[in-house]
Structure formats: structure tokens, C-alpha cells
Design a binder for this molecule. Sequence first.
Ligand SMILES: Nc1ncnc2c1ncn2[C@@H]1O[C@H](COP(=O)(O)OP(=O)(O)OP(=O)(O)O)[C@@H](O)[C@H]1O
Ligand SMILES: O=c1ccn([C@@H]2O[C@H](COP(=O)(O)O)[C@@H](O)[C@H]2O)c(=O)[nH]1
Length: 775
Amino acid sequence: MWRRVASLSSFLSSYSTSFVAQTASRLNTWESLTTRIAQQANGFIAPKEKTPFITFVLGGPGSGKGTQCIKIVETFGFTHLSAGDLLRREIDSNSADGAMILNKIKEGKIVPSQLTVKLIQKGMESSDNDKFLIDGFPRTEENRVSFEQIIGIEPNVVLFFDCPEEEMVKRLLNRNQGRVDDNLETIKTRLKVFEALSLPVINYYSQRGKLYTIRARGTEDEIFEQVRPIFTAFEACHVSTMILSIHLLSPKMVALLQARPHTIPWILHFHCSSKSKKNRNQKQLQRRQFQHHKKPALPFPRSSPTPLVIRHKPLIQTKVDALDSVVKDLEASVKNGMVIDSEIYSSLLETCYQLKSIDHGIAIHSLVPPNLLRKSTGISSKLLRLYAASGRMESAHQVFDEMSRRNESAFPWNSLISGYAELGQYEDALALYFQMEEEGVEPDRFTFPRVLKACAGIGLIHVGQAVHRDVVRKGFGNDGYVLNALVDMYSKCGDIVKARQVFDNIACKDTISWNSMLTGYIRHGLSVEALQVFRGMIQEGFDPDPVAISTILSSFWSLKIAAQIHGWVLRRGIEWNTSVVNALIAVYSSLGKLGGASWLFHRMPERDVVSWNSIISGHGKHPEALLYFEQMMKSGTSPDSITFVAILSACAHLGSVKDGERLFRLMRNKYMIDPRMEHYACMINLYGRAGLIDEAFNFIVERMEIEAGPTVWGALLYACSIHGNIEIGEIAGQKLFELEPDNRHNFELLMKIHTNAGRWEDVERVRQMMVDRGL
Ligand SMILES: Nc1ncnc2c1ncn2[C@@H]1O[C@H](COP(=O)(O)OP(=O)(O)OP(=O)(O)O)[C@@H](O)[C@H]1O
Ligand SMILES: O=c1ccn([C@@H]2O[C@H](COP(=O)(O)O)[C@@H](O)[C@H]2O)c(=O)[nH]1
């Protein structure tokens, strides 16, 4: 305890002496509440409770990452965690995942993120060190996000060893360590994977100002001379971190601190993880200094202080865990009679919203004095938004009703409208919008898109037109953000011509504008216009996003267009984007180009459940469907309900009744997927095609847990027509006539059954039923 006061005091002495004294004296009362946060915020803590310093070491295969890591460890005392080594160790330990990992490594592909992150986490937890070199990770954006989600921290430094491809290939072929992946074929895939999946991660960190690029050619020592100054500078600056933290506070925060010094740990906690302009400038300065290999003239903070604490055995927390600790401390402090500043409540509610942590929000709500909640628009608006965003509209509305100054801004109204619109309660959303007008609250640019979403949901074009008039009247007629929502509203309400007019009037179109128009045309079945928009988008220099590309691909079952788009995708270098490849696989499969589909599938660097579903559906009439399904299970990707529709339907086409029955059981028992109507229809098709009409009928009567719908009875009637089962065909037909009285196809099928059996009276009876229904 005493050490904490000392360290906090020394830190504050550079700011204001009286401030220090006040803060130190208040620390006793604030002990439980502030200690953790102060530590988290400034990293200036007892030796064994430090925030870890994380360096990601990236680069192509053979760029020399491992070699340089050894030198960094020797010189700067880091703990080296090579993701590849951790995975290889997992193989050697004969773990359950060993075989799958070995396959991935042999193929040069990426092991599922969760697995790798867990191994890294274990490595970090079992080390007493607080400085880690994580080598060869993250290799994909998904890896990166997984690390952030599971470990809850971002790296401080990212080193990128930039090495020419031919040099890397040469080094790998000479490595001579008996690695299964050091052969030309795997190296080629590894290089492709690096380019397609790892470069985006490197770009990401470059944009975040964390990337240090090392030219990785030359001798090992020459390369290390580029690496050395980076860590030397970070070591020199470590002590100055906290002093800078205070300088990074905004004037508003500084004023708040002077008025209420006890709030400092809170503010540091949240402020340090935000990105102020000053902070960015500071980082830029730091980078420039590194680039010139000089010691920095000014101290600078760690590149991204994280709000987490590592204890003796480092306890790696997620952001939600950190929030949890903070809320618990807050609860204890309130219980002890402490008065908490409204900005703290409001800041915490913001964090709850960002982390989608409604339970913490509810806990904070219970601590806020009702009077403060009513009076403080900041607290009530944020609480209301949190409730609305989590679909708790009753609680949101209650907070709203009790707000004393809810009409001062559109913010609380927007949150409520948004909440209702997201839940599909469009009438409530619109009613609020009109109430807003009645109460004289000015809508803002965020109000209209939410209201227009409700108009689109309800499909009332005249209401949408009235809102459009309001948009113009209130001066938002040129606001691209609002106009994009208008395009979407008109297209969803059926007026695609008006949608186009609005679209043409958007002066600064962005990707959303183009995508709204594109999906509008596709929704209206106007494929030619959709393709024109797609081309226009490219001509105007907008890269259609993977969603737009897959949308357009899936709306054109034309080989020529698929090939053109595929060519464009190749030129843009995004041919291995997972959703793009998935769409290409689906298109090629549906056009009968199974060779092309399989070629893509086998080469894609990373597959998701959609990839597997596409390839299985594509092979729906071929025995390979079952093989793909087995491979999918081995790969560790869990099938979803669409997978089972695809595989059950393949079994039906292949006449594999036993497999179909087995897979239906597997779906329920292993994957806990409740069968939906489509699955039941597949089972009826399975039995029906195999001529097992009684089994199919009994399945409907005895095993279906939901009322059979037209797809199920339709499958049965179809099977009866193939196998000439008059009795059950009649039952299925009668069911279908009730469920789909206008569908002449059902009548025709039943007539066919009777015709084939020479039952002319029945043919006439069914024909008369059609006439009676005006078919
Ligand atoms: N500067 C260098 N010049 C020549 N050879 C080098 C240099 N740096 C490393 N090597 C050699 O190249 C090979 C690959 O290096 P290293 O294993 O460090 O690469 P890596 O980036 O960790 O590779 P991977 O991603 O495949 O694990 C090793 O045999 C190493 O001794
Ligand atoms: O995060 C990771 C790291 C590695 N892999 C797989 O291991 C091999 C070898 O990795 P090296 O870093 O070259 O030792 C790599 O090609 C991947 O197959 C991984 O999947 N995820």
C-alpha cells in the first residue's frame, strides 16, 4: 500500500504539489477503488504487477524473425514466444489437435486462431517476465482480433522484417532443420498466405503508428543494428511514461482533476486508452526519432497503455474483466458512502456500451442516485442508449421518461428510435419521431437514418416521403449520410426509380451509397442495372467491398460475368478474400464448373463455414459432398444448420438413406442443431426418392416436432408421384390444397398420380377442384 502512495506521489510531483498532497491523503479512502485503476492507467506499479510490454514480430517466412528474436532476447531480456514453435510443440505432445495442426503446417495454412492464442496465453501466464516477443503472430486479421478479444491487449511495438521473396525462399531451402514446411510447394503457399492474409495485419499496425519496418537483407548483425535502437529507446522512456500521461489529458480533464483530484485514477484509466491528438503526435515524434536511430529528445509514453494488470503469475484480463473489477470497486466505494462524480458514471456507461456489457450497466444504474440520474443528461442518455442497444426498451423508456432535460438534444431520442427500429418495432420508432416534433426537439443527421430504417421496415412509402420532406426542410438535403438512408428506404419501399434519383443527387458518394444502390437493384431483380452500378463504382475509384462483390456474383449465374468479376478481383489482389472466394465457389458450382469451384476451395488460405457449405452444396449430386463433410468435421469447423440442409439434400440425391439418417442424428446430438422445416423436407426427400414412402409418411406423423409445412408435404407428394403411391399421395395432396390453395402445381401432381393409375374419376375430381378455385 505504502509503495503505491509513494509511486503515485512521485508521479504527481511533476504536476502540482498541493495536488499530490490531496491525492495522497485521499488515497486511503480510495484505496480499493483507485489502486487497480491507477496501476492499470500508468503502468507505474509494483514490480510484479506490471502491464506487459508486447512486441509482435512479423515478416514473411524465412525473413529472419526467429534469428533476430534470439538477439533481442539476449540484449533486452524479453521472453520469446514463437507461435510456430508453440504449435510444433503441441504436435509433439500428441495433443488432440496435433494432427490438424500438422496438416495445416504441412500445407502452409493457418491454424484456427483460438488455438494459437490460447497457446500464447499459456506461454505468457507461465512466465514471470513482463516483456514478450510474440514471433510469427498474428498472421491474419482474424488472429489479431482473436488475440485482442482473448488476451485483451494490443501490442506496444510491431516489428516487420521486410525481405525480398527470393531471399526468403533461398534461406528456407537452406535452413536444414528438418521442418515439414521447408519445401518448395509449401513455401509457395506460405508466401501466398503471407501476402493475402498477413500483409493486411501489417498495414493495420502501420495505420495505428505501431509498425517498425526493418530492411531484412544483409548480415544478421547488420539487421540487428536496425532493431537495437527501437528497444533502447523504449527502455529509456519507460520511466517517463506516467509524467506524460498527465500531459496528455485534455484541458477539460485537467480542470476536472484540479477541482476533484480524487478522480485522477479514473480519468487516467479511461483517458490513457483513448487516442488523443496529442497522443498521436507524440507517437509520430517517437517514430521519427526511431527512424533516425537517435535517442528521443522528449520522453514519450508506451505506445498504447493498456488498462490491464499482470500480477505475480501474470493474470491476463480481458477488457470486460477489467471493467468488472472497476465496477466491483465502485460498488464497494458507494457502499462506504463515497460520492462519485457524474463524469465517472458517464464514462463507465460509455465503456459498458463500447464493450456491450449490459450487466455492468445495470450494476452501475443501481449505484447512481435517482436524483443525479434525472438531472444528469450525460448519465441518463448513456444509460438509455445502453438499454436501447441491448433491446431492453422498457428500461430505456423508463430512463427516458424520468429525464428532466430530455428535450435538450436529439441524442436520447435517437437512441430510443434506433432501439425500436433494430427490434423491428417500427411503429414505435415512428411514433417517437413524431412525438419529437411535437415536443419541439430538433432532429439531427443521426435521427433521419434511424427513422428511415423504420419507414423501410414498415414499407410505408408515404411516411418515408414525409420524412424525406423533413430532411430537406431541416437542411439535411445534401448530407450524404442521410441521403444514403433515403436510397435504402426508397428501394425497400419499392420505389427504385426514386432511389436512383436520390442516389444521383448525392454529391460525394461513398461506398455505402454505391452499395445501397447496388443491393436496391438486386432486390428488385434488376441485374443489368446492378451490374452497371457495380461497374460505375469501379470507374469512380470505389472498391466494391467483399459484400458487394459477393452480392453481384450471386445475382448473376453467368459464366461470362463471373469470369469478368473474377478477373477484376485478381487484378485488385483480393482473390483470396474469404467471402469473395465463397461467392466464386457458389457461382462456379451453380454453373456446373465444379473443377473451378474445387480448385478455388483447395487453394483458399482460410475457410469458414460458408466455404464448406458452398463446396458441399456445389457437390450436392456427387459423392464428394460426403467426403467434404467429413473433411469439414476434421478441420475443426463446426457445421451449421445450412451445412446440414446441404448434406442431407446430397444424401437424398445420392440415395444414401443410412448416411442421411446418421447425419440427421449427428446434427441433433453432437451439434445441438434443432431441425428446421428445411431439414425435415430433406428427410422426406431422402426417404421419398428411395421409394420408402411409408417411412417418409411415418416420419412426418411421428417424428416431426413442428407442424409440417408445404415443403415437407410437397416433397412427399413428389415422391408419391414418382413411385405411384396413390393413398399417401392423396393425403399429401389434400394437405397441400389447404396450405397452398393457389398452387396449381400440387393439383397437377396429384392428377398425374391418378392418371398413371388410370383412375379417371379421381382425375376429374381433382380437375374440378382446380376449376372451383379458378386455377
Ligand atoms: N540475415 C541473414 N542472412 C542469411 N541467412 C539468414 C539471415 N537471417 C536468418 N538467416 C537464416 O535463414 C533461415 C530462416 O531464418 P529464421 O528461421 O530466423 O526465419 P523466420 O522468419 O523465423 O522463418 P519462419 O517464419 O519460417 O519461422 C535460417 O536458417 C537462418 O539461419
Ligand atoms: O500464428 C501462427 C503461427 C504459425 N502457424 C503455422 O505454423 C507454420 C510455421 O510457422 P513459423 O512461424 O514459420 O514457424 C505456419 O506456416 C503456419 O502453418 C499458424 O497457423 N499460426
